[in-house]
Write a protein that binds this ligand. Structure first.
Ligand SMILES: [Zn+2]
Ligand SMILES: [Zn+2]
Length: 376
């Protein structure tokens, strides 16, 4: 199946900034997350596609390679991408090393003799703001490649064993003479494995690994935010032919909250306030993550005024004191007035007539308008 352009997948311009990419990816990830679309194959595919696109475009060097060479520059199949919920074909290793090692005879450490470290995996974990702030332990179910039991990861049928490749003598590389140059290339017979399996194991078809779901318990520390990564060492894909396993990266994505917006360690919320309280002063009940607290409002408070509640924000995961909660008051115009209330307000309006000292903003504004027309 032909792959779609990564920029098109995320719905952004080619020159999109990192923040735009993140925003676009977040929107898609939220929309198509398998937890929200159980059993919906199309949503799952869209989710994987977005994960893959973001994986590449969020990494400067991968993005540069993609811009120059297209999909060929960043083929995730080299990393052995996993399928299933929550995954993109994540491979955090250096693509240039993979693409060019054949030509420079470099060979990545450990790939000799068929032993290869398993790929790193990425899992997107959605949390509520409260969970992210307080920390939590969640169990996740991740599809991954594990060592095949019948053959013990060797890929060879029980009773048989892989044999050293006769073409390269187990090195995985062969030297070829090309004109003046002697070029080292991956052995065509064993594809760099150094060993060949003449009698492959039936349950893994010689791969040495099989796909399996693993249940893992993830301890999320208090204070994490969207984009933070928790590394679970050796919980990624099993290595090839007995190589060490890769790591699993759990990437945090915090859901939007109905009351609070978060910016780093600070929280923001908007609190409606009656115009009489705003004018006369009063006491408000405002929500915090630890419950309600009282907030004194001085008389003459204007709409948009922000009150800072020190220490009622989030204690960041990397240490340091907690941030603040900023409550922005919004003065509310009273509605559905009865006759008596109307009379009171009519009387009140009349009492203001001709005295601009009660309206600090309006008088300043009219001064500005006057100056503006005077300058014309
Ligand atoms: Zn060979
Ligand atoms: Zn096997």
């Amino acid at each position: 199946m032909a792959k779609r352009d990564y920029y098109e997948v995320l719905g952004v311009e080619r020159g999109a900034s990192e923040a735009d990419l993140k925003k676009a990816y977040r929107r898609l990830a939220m929309k198509f997350h398998p937890d929200r679309n159980p059993g919906d194959k199309e949503a799952e595919d869209k989710f994987k596609e977005a994960n893959e696109a973001y994986e590449v475009l969020s990494d400067d060097s991968k993005r540069a390679a993609y811009d120059q060479y297209g999909h060929a520059g960043v083929d995730p199949s080299m990393g052995g991408g996993a399928g299933g919920a929550g995954f993109g074909g994540a491979n955090f290793s250096d693509i240039f090393g993979d693409v060019f090692s054949d030509f420079f005879g470099g060979g990545r450490g450990g790939s000799r003799g068929g032993v290869q470290r398993g790929a790193d995996l990425r899992y997107t974990l959605e949390l509520d703001l409260e969970e992210a702030v307080r920390g939590t332990t969640v169990s996740i179910r991740v599809p991954t490649l594990v060592n095949c039991k019948p053959c013990d990861g060797t890929g060879a049928k029980k009773g048989s064993a892989p044999v050293t490749c006769p073409t390269c003598g187990g090195v995985g590389q062969v030297r070829m003479q090309q004109g003046f140059f002697s070029v080292q290339q991956t052995c065509p017979r064993c594809h760099g494995q150094g060993r060949i399996i003449s009698d492959p194991c039936e349950s893994c078809h010689g791969e040495g690994r099989v796909e399996e779901f693993k249940n893992l318990s993830v301890k999320v520390p208090a204070g994490v935010d969207t984009g933070d990564r928790i590394r679970l060492a050796s919980e990624g894909e099993a290595g090839m032919h007995g190589g060490p396993a890769g790591d699993l990266y759990v990437v945090i994505s915090v859901r939007e909250h109905s009351i609070f917006q978060r910016d780093g360690k600070h929280l923001f919320c908007e609190v409606p306030i009656s115009f009489t309280d705003a004018a006369l002063g009063g006491e408000l009940e405002v929500p915090t993550l630890d419950g309600r607290v009282k907030l004194k409002i001085p008389e003459g408070t204007q709409t948009g005024k922000q009150f800072r509640l020190r220490g009622k924000g989030v204690a960041p995961v990397r240490g340091g004191g907690p941030g603040d909660l900023m409550c922005r008051v919004a003065v509310e115009t009273p509605v559905n007035l009865d006759r008596r209330q109307r009379e009171l307000l009519e009387e009140f309006r009349a009492s203001l007539e001709g005295n601009s000292s009660h309206s600090p903003k309006a008088s300043g504004w009219f001064e500005g308008v006057k100056r503006f027309f005077g300058d014309l």
